[in-house]
Design a protein around this ligand. Structure first.
Ligand SMILES: [Zn+2]
Length: 591
């Protein structure tokens, strides 16, 4: 199996690795320390011009697109209690209150999730308290699920107590990228602010003593704004239509060095070294820098997924997201995002070029993973991170980037958060994984691993649902897929010895792409191909995940869940069957 993941062009990989240098990325990082890269702003444009200028100077071919993105940029927010004004920030897509603010009585409810948990997606109401017409105060970051839930419960406005002394920026809409007719209704209608823990605790104490009336002020700049998207293309020589998309956001909260100037410098360095070896790349590398990540819920990458959707569906081998690499104290690789079919490959590459073991997880419905509704294999999002014992020693709470530095999404995310050695080490990981995907004859994804995971998922769901739902069509189709996959992968070693342009290799790779188009779609999405998912937690095989709730339901609700599961099993089974046919078509050309 090892040969699937090792570089077939070892000397090219060595040459790329030894070409890596800190100058280019570090110059970008230093330049970005003076640019507050809010999307739609002049500083964002200046940073785009800087990158375009460097690409030009380096001779890397690139294009700049100017899409209109739908954004919500926080302007200013505050909270008035009696005569006192408390510092606050609003997440993107809070509403604006107007100068009169929103005044109401506070109601404190126990945290929906632990204040020290970064999991914004697991929302369990911890209280039946009536929040109608009241201003809710609660622990957390003010992510989409709690904001939506409290809005539905009739809250007048929402105050989130962040875990520490600093207030973190964020975004509270569930709409992924620009809204369409199916989802614009989900745009939040609540005024939302976040405050610091000391301020929050003082308010809670006041509330314990009696009624508290507060006035909340929010001002947002919301609308469609032109923002540059930069796409560099380094053409492959043998199979130029097929490409790997490596990408990351360049808009940030404030100057955002750890999130994500380090990623932008990394992308620039990758563009430089791969372009310097362009005659030796079998396939095409596309490098993209997105705006609208922070204030448009991944608006830039979603615009790209929309507008280049067909090319991505036909030809994209993998998408690689680069967010917050090379940060201070980030010396380990655990909880790294990768899809199951890419796990062995990523682990091998990390081990080969850093000597380190790694550990991964199913990618969250987050980051610029805007390509799941096309069905594209993805690996990485965040990469290296701080050792767990160091986190405990520093008493750091979980955050969503910056290598676990709590400067994440605050004004403290400055130059000190970037680390040259860690950045150079992470660059090696990107070079190795990209090089092998571009040049190894066969694509490094093992869908047998995903099929095995599907067996576990189906077993869990079918056991939870009990006898009244028939999962056998899905199990049968999955067994047939197993057989086909075993036949396909029995050819991988022999095909690794052939060239990229060999027809049998192409047939094998076509099957790998088609497997992703079917199986990733059903494992990460419900809304269908070329659409977008809401920014909430998506369980494995989401169409049939409600099996977990069936036994607790009764009457009308139970019938609804049963119906949902029958449809879900049809959808899943159909995709298993389609995937099997894709493999059989390839085998007819290979065997
Ligand atoms: Zn980021």
């Amino acid at each position: 199996m090892q040969t699937l993941y090792k570089p077939t062009e070892a000397s090219l990989e060595e040459s790329l690795l030894s070409a890596l240098a800190i100058n280019e990325p570090w110059a970008l990082i230093e330049r970005f320390t003076t640019l507050v890269r809010e999307s739609g702003s002049e500083d964002e444009r200046v940073s785009a011009e800087y990158m375009a200028g460097r690409l030009k100077a380096l001779g890397v071919p690139f294009k700049v697109y100017e899409p209109d993105l739908f954004l919500s940029v926080p302007v200013k927010s505050s909270l008035k209690v009696g005569g006192k004004t408390i510092r606050a920030k609003s997440p993107a897509f809070s509403i604006s209150t107007g100068p009169q603010g929103i005044t109401g009585k506070l109601v404190g409810i126990p945290s929906l999730y632990s204040p020290r948990s970064v999991d914004l997606f697991d929302v369990t109401p911890a209280s039946d308290a009536d929040v109608t017409g009241k201003i809710v105060i609660i622990d957390g970051y003010g992510g989409p699920p709690p904001v939506r839930l409290l809005e539905q419960k009739g809250a007048l406005a929402q105050i989130y107590i962040n875990p520490g002394v600093d207030i973190h920026w964020g975004i509270c809409t569930t709409i992924w990228g620009a809204p369409d007719l199916d989802n614009y209704q989900r745009q939040p209608r609540s005024a939302v602010i976040s405050i610091s823990r000391p301020d929050g605790e003082a308010l809670l104490k006041q509330l314990e003593a009696g009624e508290v009336e507060v006035t909340l002020f929010t001002e947002m700049n919301e609308g469609w704004m032109k923002c540059p998207v930069i796409e560099a293309t380094i053409e492959g020589t043998e199979e130029p239509d097929r490409f790997v998309l490596v990408h990351g956001h360049y808009d940030s909260w404030d100057v955002g060095i750890g999130d994500n100037a380090v990623g932008d410098g990394t992308l620039l360095e990758l563009a430089r070294v791969f372009n310097d070896h362009k005659g030796q790349l079998a396939r095409t590398l596309k490098v993209a820098w997105w705006p609208g990540h922070s204030t448009g819920r991944y608006a830039g990458s979603t615009w790209y997924a929309d507008n280049f959707g067909l090319d991505l569906a036909r030809n994209c081998i993998a998408q690689v997201d680069i967010d917050s690499p090379g940060c201070r104290w980030a010396t380990e690789y655990y909880d790294v995002s990768w899809m199951t079919e890419a796990e062995d490959f990523c682990k091998q590459a990390i081990k080969d070029v850093t000597g380190l073991e790694s550990h991964g997880e199913r990618p969250h419905q987050a980051g610029d993973y805007s390509f799941n509704n096309i069905g594209i294999s993805g690996f990485f999002m965040l990469l290296s991170t701080m050792p767990k014992d160091m986190l405990a020693e520093k008493d750091y709470y979980p955050v969503g980037g910056c290598g676990a530095n709590i400067a994440w999404h605050t004004e403290n995310d400055q130059l000190e958060i970037a680390d040259k050695d860690n950045l150079m080490r992470d660059l090696r990981v990107y070079v190795a994984t990209l090089q092998r995907t571009l040049n190894n004859p066969i694509h490094p994804f093992d869908f047998r691993r995903l099929a095995a995971e599907f067996h576990e998922t189906l077993t869990k769901y079918s056991q939870a649902a009990g006898d009244e739902v028939d999962f056998s069509p899905a199990f049968d189709a999955l067994s047939a897929l197993d057989d086909a996959l075993n036949r396909l992968y029995s050819h991988s070693n022999e095909l690794m010895a052939k060239t990229v342009s060999d027809p049998a290799v192409r047939a094998y790779n076509d099957a790998i792409l088609e497997l992703g188009r079917s199986l990733i779609l059903i494992n990460f999405t419900r809304e269908g191909r070329f659409r977008t998912e809401p920014a909430v937690k998506i369980p494995p095989l989401p169409d049939i995940a409600p099996a977990m709730q069936l036994q607790a339901a009764s009457g009308h609700e139970r019938h609804i869940i049963q119906t949902h599961l029958v449809r879900g099993i049809n959808r899943v089974t159909w995709e298993f069957e389609g995937a099997t046919k894709s493999v059989e078509r390839a085998l007819a050309k290979i065997e």
